[in-house]
Design a protein around this ligand. Structure first.
Ligand code: 6LW
Length: 507
């Protein structure tokens, strides 16, 4: 790992979300002074991004747990927002353990292990007897492993073999009437076992509740202050708060990571970056955790912060392997996506499918800032492709180049239309997607942002071809569990990309 900055340097970037952009269902663990965190990845490959931090605020991606096709098979026709859901990451007995659900057809719960969370991770061990999604692993004093899933129920598991023992039994289903008790995590803290869950669904009603018992299997007594975290019915800028995990710092203090969204625009509010990972301090009162205020500015946290790693927003594709933050749709075969064919370029070869197909050849990165600009230099002489911003197959905008033409294509639900076309000479083009700030909130229909697509001229000026309302690339319109991803694609033939540049434009 690169050396960390000295903690006494001034930290100006301590902000929530600590992992902006589509990084839902965070699970965190600590080993010594190091924290590790994993998130869901759904239809994208590689699966389960993994991050490292020394202060819980600044995170650096160190890999992906499922980065080999033998570990992760996502069917080519799998719907968006299926695939990899809600991991639990734990360190036990000198090893990292990660359990996660692949909801793609014919799959189920799988466990991978590693000595180093940066990888390599093992091949999966399947656990067919685990009865649901959102699996958690917890070990009691005698080494017995308990796997707890959404619902909330529990079964004894041998995580080395995936074998389960006995019949799953129901533990607790959260507050009276609350829907979707899920995302359980079980911890031994002091004399109690604490069962942390999410409830209310992953939308505006989301919340976190906790119960405690004397044994890992209960009975559990709910916390009188439940839900211990929710922003339902408030005007807090961070909404849908839930799906949490607790972690203790070396000094004995506690923190919670959880997912939340930042809706923008008029009513009902649209969130476009997906569910992001946030952090809040936790204190204990009368044996129950109390979650501190969720603030956007984290510089007042009572522990020493280290400046974050310098983020690499530009890729010149000089390396033979893609960085771990690049994600592709439902798999990534070298014959369709490689930096080895034309050194210094990313080569994408279309599969015969257009960008609207689930197995389109697309490689992108998460949009992590409310305002940003993405540019790429494309050589379309042998095919047709370009730059796209997508929520899923049915909700995306793209600027696409062929040898003679550039066009902007918008797909919203079952409507697909070419909104602009321009004849241009053959040769490399810079395609530019800019997400602007939202217009002033003068009415209930103000969208979250606007997306401009156009060409960068040789003198650096931007020629806009189309500007489109960003709300159609939001979760409130498209549904699902992911967020926006921006990247390059090939729609026909072979398309080469010399570089990709992502510029954050938030204040
Ligand atoms: C996940 C569930 C949830 O399995 O959303 O917000 C589901 N929580 O716990 C998909 O991320």
């Amino acid at each position: 790992m690169p050396p960390l900055h000295q903690p006494d340097e001034r930290v100006t970037d301590a902000v929530n979300p600590v992992l902006p952009g589509f990084h839902p269902d965070p699970s965190v663990c600590r080993v010594g002074d190091d924290y590790y965190l994993a998130c869901s990845s759904f239809e994208y490959f590689p699966g389960v991004p993994l991050f490292h931090s020394r202060d819980l605020v600044h995170w650096r991606q160190i890999g992906n747990a499922l980065d080999r096709p033998e570990q992760l098979r996502l069917p080519a026709d799998m719907p968006s927002s299926a695939g990899i859901y809600a991991p639990t990451l734990r360190h036990h007995d000198g090893r990292f353990w990660l359990i996660v659900t692949n909801v793609a057809e014919g799959a189920g719960n799988l466990i991978v292990t590693a000595n180093d969370p940066a990888g390599p991770w093992s091949d999966p061990i399947w656990a067919p007897g685990v009865p649901g999604i959102d699996p958690d692993l917890a070990w009691d004093e005698d080494g017995t492993c308990w796997c707890t899933v959404a619902g909330v129920s529990q079964v004894r598991l041998d995580p080395a073999t995936g074998e389960t023992y006995g019949t799953p039994h129901k533990l607790w289903s959260g507050g009276p009437g609350a829907k979707a008790p899920e995302a359980p995590h079980l911890y031994r803290i002091g004399d109690h076992w604490y069962l942390l869950i999410a409830e209310g669904g992953t939308e505006r009603g989301h919340g976190v509740a906790i119960a405690r018992g004397r044994t890992p299997g209960g009975p559990f007594e709910p916390c009188p202050a439940n839900p211990i975290l929710t922003h339902r019915g408030t005007d807090h800028p961070v909404q849908n708060t839930g799906h949490a995990d607790l972690v203790q710092a070396p000094d004995g203090s506690w923190c919670m990571v959880f997912l939340g969204v930042r809706p923008q625009g008029g009513t009902p509010g649209w969130h476009v970056l997906g569910r992001e990972t946030f952090l809040a301090p936790v204190t204990w009162v009368d044996g129950w955790p109390v979650v501190g205020d969720v603030t956007l500015d984290l510089s007042a946290l009572p522990w020493s912060l280290s400046p974050g790693p310098v983020e690499e927003h530009r890729d010149d594709f000089e390396l033979s392997e893609l960085r771990p933050s690049w994600i592709s749709l439902r798999g990534r075969l070298a014959e369709h996506c490689t930096t080895k064919e034309r050194p210094g370029w990313l080569t994408l070869r279309a599969r015969g499918a257009s960008l609207d197909e689930p197995d389109a050849v697309f490689t992108g990165r998460r949009q992590q800032h409310l305002s940003c600009r993405a540019r790429t230099l494309v050589d379309p002489k042998e095919g047709r492709g370009g730059l796209a911003i997508r929520l899923d197959e049915r909700h995306q905008y793209a600027i696409e180049a062929s040898a003679t033409q550039v066009r902007v294509i918008a797909r919203v639900g079952s409507l697909r239309t070419v909104v602009a076309e321009r004849s241009v000479p053959a040769g490399p083009l810079v395609l530019d997607v800019t997400i602007s700030d939202p217009p002033p909130p003068h009415g209930p229909c103000t969208g979250p942002d606007v997306v401009s697509l156009g060409i960068e001229q040789p003198d650096g000026t931007f020629t806009e071809l189309a500007t489109l309302d960003g709300r159609y690339l939001s979760t409130e319109v498209a549904g699902g569990f992911t967020g926006r991803v921006i990247g390059m694609y090939a729609a026909a033939g072979t398309v080469h990309f010399d570089w990709f540049d992502y510029e954050p434009l938030d204040d």
